[in-house]
Design a protein around this ligand. Sequence first.
Ligand code: PNS
Length: 162
Amino acid sequence: MRRLAIYPGSFDPPTLGHLDVIERASRMFDELIVTIGVNSSKKPMLSVEERTRALTAATLHLGNVRISEFSGLLVNYAQSVGAKSIVRGLRATADFEYEFQMAMVNRRLNDQVDTVFLMTKWEHSYLSSSIVREVAVLGGDYSGLVPAAVVPIIAKALDTSA
Ligand code: PNS
């Protein structure tokens, strides 16, 4: 049986921490779908198209990874693509409560789908999309925080929004 997993997130923008989770999960599963949650009530820094381009460019070296987007319930999306596993990264204890709650709700909604947590690498444990957004919007150097291919996509997005 082909082991298919989804790795959902906002990815606004994708960070080196996300890429690390993607690389490790892609070794654990036959196929990994990195899927961008579309939340129309949030005003993102990068559009869904920009995030799709950023993730595609950052994962070109991984043959079993593809990028998608979803809206609505995550477990419904998992079921629609035939995935039995949801991958999430865990950084510090601060993530735990939110992740625990989400995993419990998702299991209640569909107990055929399990959430698999990967602990972040130590060197990425302080990284989050919101920290990168703040540094980028305030004109700081974010180039060591996101995959190299993502840097020009953020730069262009900020340039055109200025
Ligand atoms: O990167 P993020 O912002 O932590 O990702 C959150 C995401 C998109 C995975 C989460 O908000 C989500 O699954 N949204 C879909 C709505 C849903 O299924 N809600 C029920 C579970 S809490």
